[in-house]
Design a binder for this molecule. Structure first.
Ligand code: G3P
Length: 217
């Protein structure tokens, strides 16, 4: 199981990475913007994320054409061995992916919306694909079924490409897909916090502490 935090908010990310259960951090230009950051801040984000224990840090290459994406992908990977280069699963992004893969650079094809794109990603040798579950469902498609189809295509063909689920609405959605074998998830801090929140667990913790206090007099 690999869980990731989908944020560039340093405070939120560091608190979650400190739990030790998150493999790393995923970002894209929108996520940078939401944290009032931009691509110029990527080296700084890489530094604090790895210092906080992230073993994989995902940054997205930007640009319209394949040579630009390849050049930016190489520069991103130049930050360090923990970098995984994200590329949007367009034709240009996929072509850049194949070139970066040939150079041994780990990659993720993102904004994946249909199972056919899993075939392309596998042929490109991408390390991961990131389907957007919440957005798929919001568009009226059967998000969980489409994500499962992607996972099944990759598993049945023994592809090295894995589904890393993104745009996750809530914990039950993750559990549903994990039951079918999906084992990489990146989530916003608000969803990640739900993983540590159950009122019965909180109640049990308080009861145990009460018992310690009452038997320590
Ligand atoms: O990493 C996926 C993210 O950019 C989209 O998530 O929650 O905005 O649909 P969301």
């Amino acid at each position: 199981m690999h869980l990731y935090v989908d944020t560039a908010d340093r405070h939120a990310a560091e608190a979650l990475l400190a739990t030790g259960v998150f493999t790393g951090l995923t970002t894209n230009p929108t996520i940078l913007q939401r944290a009032s950051r931009g691509v110029a801040d990527i080296p700084d984000i890489y530094r604090w994320a790895t210092a906080a224990g992230a073993r994989e840090v995902f940054f997205q290459a930007w640009g319209q054409d394949t040579p630009t994406l390849v050049e930016r992908g190489r520069a991103l990977r130049g930050l360090g061995d923990e970098v995984v280069v994200k590329l949007v699963a367009t034709r240009a992004g996929t072509a850049a992916c194949t070139q970066l893969v040939a150079e041994g650079i780990p990659t993720l094809l993102t904004a994946v919306y249909n199972p056919g794109q899993a075939l392309v990603a596998a042929a490109a040798g991408a390390t991961y694909i990131a389907p957007y579950l919440r957005r798929l469902t919001a568009e009226g498609r059967d998000g969980p079924a489409d994500v499962l189809a992607m996972h099944q295509v990759l598993a049945a063909t023994a592809s090295r490409t894995k589904v890393l689920l993104a745009s996750i609405p809530d914990v039950p959605s993750m559990v549903t897909l994990a039951r079918q074998g999906v084992d990489c998830f990146t989530m916003a801090p608000i969803v990640a916090e739900q993983l540590f929140t159950d009122e019965l667990t909180a109640e049990a913790a308080a009861t145990f502490e009460d018992a310690v206090r009452e038997t320590s007099r």
